[in-house]
Design a protein around this ligand. Sequence first.
Ligand code: CTP
Ligand SMILES: C[C@](O)(CO)[C@H](O)COP(=O)(O)O
Length: 235
Amino acid sequence: MSFCLPAFWAVIPAAGVGARMAADRPKQYLQLGGRTILEHSLGCFLDHPSLEGLVVSLAVDDPYWPSLACAGDPRIQRADGGSQRSGSVLNALLQLNALGASDDDWVLVHDAARPNLSREDLDKLLAELADDPVGGLLAVPARDTLKRVDKHGRVVETIDRSLIWQAYTPQMFRLGALHRALADSLVADAVITDEASAMEWSGQAPRLVEGRADNIKVTRPEDLEWLRLRWANRS
Ligand SMILES: Nc1ccn([C@@H]2O[C@H](COP(=O)(O)OP(=O)(O)OP(=O)(O)O)[C@@H](O)[C@H]2O)c(=O)n1
Ligand SMILES: C[C@](O)(CO)[C@H](O)COP(=O)(O)O
């Protein structure tokens, strides 16, 4: 059964420094299968027929972007990164407004550090949330036993994981609602680590869409080692 997926705008926050990766450059510019991690993450969106436009948030002093083949792609607009991920996303949303996006348009925010997003998961998110009143995100149910610890690293509780999920990206919300939620939560100095937490802060209940667990965020060296092994086995 073919179905029409909703049109959407994409925001790719790529202004982080990758401190936990401790590499010689920000992790989004490390190589995976002959391209940078950022190029893989952009690629999943640039060829999608429902894409209206894409904004990538880059550090204001990013020296690496101009050397990428996609730097001149007219489908990609730039926004200045912020001191936090949420600020980088908010700046990109402002750019979408300038590009003519409307408040009711869908926006998908996807970490530049998640290069392994599948087209199947992207289309699943779009299809399942196309008519949702709030929006939502790709997520994976907790698979391991979870422990709560005290300040000494001693277990104080095993948490019931039956209702615990890990938030991934893309996260999909209407532009106007996300813009308001991010701006208001930033003014209130709320702790916001993803778009869904800003929507929750504003009183909304985003919907989880189960995705693939291998849509991992490259955070530490072993994450990239694992992806490189998978990529090598693909070719
Ligand atoms: N001020 C920031 C911080 C992060 N990001 C982006 O948000 C995504 C997820 O953030 P994270 O994995 O934390 O990346 P870093 O902040 O670079 O990592 P670290 O916390 O280890 O420095 C990444 O694509 C990163 O580039 C961003 O655009 N602007
Ligand atoms: C947005 C995110 O990837 C969802 O899990 C996560 O919150 C990013 O956190 P980080 O500390 O900025 O990597």
